[in-house]
Ligand binder design. Structure first.
Ligand code: SAM
Length: 337
């Protein structure tokens, strides 16, 4: 294997992985205040000029798709639905050749109104985050009384044809860890694919504690109190979720054990923050500034060179178990979850 970054082609790293899945954060702002993500007062948001413009985002995604082998684009944030240019950005990305698959991770607020336009623009599917089905608990957990709006968003996404719809759930001890079977029952009844995500050390408050984190094993044990789970024979590929067939299938449930069952060896993700920084990993402590290069007049070859170099430096693993692990300076909401 060569030791220098490749001068052409796809986004390879020195461990033989190739990044084909691009996560693009469209904003660091959010209209919820989930207690495990950010403080009640929010965070010091990026100022307008720091954000990539819609055209700058489309230019970088075009580069990634045409020249760097990216085949899947997922918009996230912060909350991507609050980005005013979202529908136009999706339409521009859907017009690219080769056309990437396009998805969105959202808290679902306003999705009932936006889903038809997003679908018409070319959005293929959505992941909606939902940690509880209890309205009071939802209000305490997100500091906003909006459960009904999220449920309306899910219904709107189905009506618009944004399927398969995945639901992302983070379980927290003593908060919502008694709800795993109820959430799965709800998801199966509605035809959603539920994914439980282990809580990661990416909160703005630095309050994550491995000792109290609800582990993948605990999630599976809780689900097995109500369901029969069998390993899903389908090939997992680079998917972060391990999946199980529920009660013989075809319903499924997934667990993303980022901490206790890391899947870094198969990771195919590259990330672009709302202010134009490439990150090779959620937990990277280094970023590569494409915005500065782009605004200084860099051509596509130069931007591609920088992106390849950033990915070549991707570490073998996230290192959460390493005693020297350092939580990245940016929280999840600013990186793009
Ligand atoms: N606002 C959008 C949403 O709610 O899906 C997109 C951004 S949000 C940061 C993406 C996902 O990250 C959500 O499912 C959220 O629950 C999850 N998340 C936030 N902080 C997390 C943490 N510390 N560990 C694991 N997942 C986290």
């Amino acid at each position: 294997m060569t030791v220098a970054p490749p001068t052409g082609g796809v986004l390879a790293d020195r461990y033989g992985r190739v990044a084909r899945d691009l996560r693009v954060s469209l904003t660091d702002k959010c209209n919820l205040r989930c207690t495990y993500c950010m403080p009640a007062e929010g965070l010091p948001w990026l100022a307008g000029p720091q954000l990539l413009s819609d055209d700058e985002i489309v230019r970088l995604v075009r580069l990634a798709v045409r020249h760097l082998g990216v085949a899947e684009v997922r918009f996230t944030g912060g909350e991507p639905l609050i980005r005013p240019g979202l529908v136009d950005i999706v339409a521009a990305v859907a017009a690219l050749e080769p056309r990437p698959r396009i998805s969105l991770t959202t808290n679902g607020l306003g999705l009932d109104r936006l889903a038809p336009a997003l679908r018409a623009a070319g959005l293929d599917r959505v992941n909606v985050s939902l940690d509880t089905l209890d309205a009071g608990r939802f209000a305490r957990l997100t500091r906003r009384d909006r459960l009904a709006d999220v449920l309306a968003g899910l219904t709107g996404a189905v009506a618009a044809g944004l399927s398969p719809i995945k639901i992302n759930t983070v379980l927290m001890r003593g908060v919502n860890d008694d709800e795993a079977p109820a959430l799965l029952r709800f998801a199966l009844a509605q035809g959603y694919e539920l994914r439980f995500i282990e809580q990661m050390p990416l909160d703005a408050q630095h309050g994550w504690d491995r000792a109290t984190m609800v582990t993948a094993d605990e999630i599976l044990a809780a689900l097995r109190t109500g369901f029969d789970l069998a390993p899903d024979p389908a090939d997992r590929g680079a998917a972060p979720a391990e999946t199980w067939l529920v009660d013989g299938g075809p319903g499924r449930v997934g667990v993303i054990g980022s901490v206790t069952r890391p899947f870094c060896g198969d990771c195919d993700r590259t990330r672009l923050t709302a202010d134009g920084q490439v990150r090779a990993c959620l937990f990277a402590t280094e970023e590569s500034d494409l915005r500065a290069a782009l605004r200084a007049g860099a051509d596509d070859d130069e931007l591609a060179r920088r992106w390849r170099t950033a990915m070549w430096g991707k570490r073998a693993g996230h290192g959460i178990d390493d005693p020297a692990f350092l939580q990245p300076a940016r929280p999840m909401s600013a990186i793009g979850g």
